[in-house]
Design a protein around this ligand. Structure first.
Ligand code: HEC
Length: 209
């Protein structure tokens, strides 16, 4: 008996069905790729808002420095970890939260806290600069590495620099010197402050549910 055509047809059918299921049914335009901002009827604003230009550059710095090896940016839904109880966000993160980011730094290892809402939790630029320069200043015992190479230690000439970072502790500069932030660290901090999802999205469920 010659089963050749039947076998050929069977293989063809299973490949065709998986192609239909994987490629056509998940059509990028109709699915996540087609996600647009959401219009918040109460405020008349669209969310998520666009990222400021400096923050966009900071995203590149975040990527270059490998911050995503220790930090995630995704709040898991209740019942899938203690993210909400830990204060990492008031609701789960959904695909639409990321549409304004040129690259999504979702991460996979949680050696440090999740940063999805760090701009809301810690809205102070000075805190972030101090923490990047020397994590021990604000978080004694922290295992986060110092990123002091993003800062310059300069002799104070006349008036102190407007970009001066007040630092105490072991890494404090000697008298007459000051720690000054660089463009990269300013961009990185702008990116940190831009990370927040204070709005609700229909698919994410309300924060008080
Ligand atoms: C080796 C792992 C590691 C790397 C790499 C790392 N971090 Fe951290 N980070 C931590 C840990 C652990 C903490 C918690 C202790 C602390 O606050 O210092 C933390 C805390 C933080 C916090 C405070 C978050 C909060 O909710 O209190 C921020 C902001 C932060 N990191 C940003 C960064 C940025 C930006 C980079 C890249 C330049 C980076 N981290 C790289 C481990 C890391």
């Amino acid at each position: 008996m010659n089963n050749g055509p039947l076998i050929f047809f069977g293989i063809f059918l299973s490949l065709a069905l998986s192609w239909l299921g994987l490629v056509v049914a998940n059509n990028v335009d109709a699915d996540f790729g087609g996600l647009g901002p959401h219009m918040d009827e109460a405020t008349g604003m669209t969310v998520p808002a666009q990222m400021p230009g400096l923050a966009r550059q900071g995203l590149r710095v975040y990527q270059d420095l490998g911050c995503a090896t220790c930090h995630t940016q995704q709040v898991r839904r209740e019942g899938f970890g203690a993210d909400v109880e830990r204060g990492w966000g008031s609701r789960q993160s959904v695909a639409r939260d990321y549409i304004q980011q040129s690259r999504v730094m979702i991460g996979s290892l949680r050696i440090g806290p999740d940063l999805m809402n760090v701009g809301e939790r810690i809205p102070l630029p000075e805190w972030h600069h101090q923490h990047l320069y020397d994590p021990q200043v604000n978080t004694p015992g922290s295992i986060m590495p110092s990123h002091a190479f993003l800062y310059e230690i300069r002799k104070v000439k006349g008036t102190p620099s407007p970009n001066r970072v007040p630092v105490r502790g072991e890494r404090a500069p000697p008298d007459g010197y000051e720690v000054v932030s660089s463009y990269r660290s300013q961009a990185l901090v702008a990116y940190m402050l831009s990370l927040k999802t204070p709005y609700d999205l229909p698919e994410a469920g309300s924060s008080d549910e």
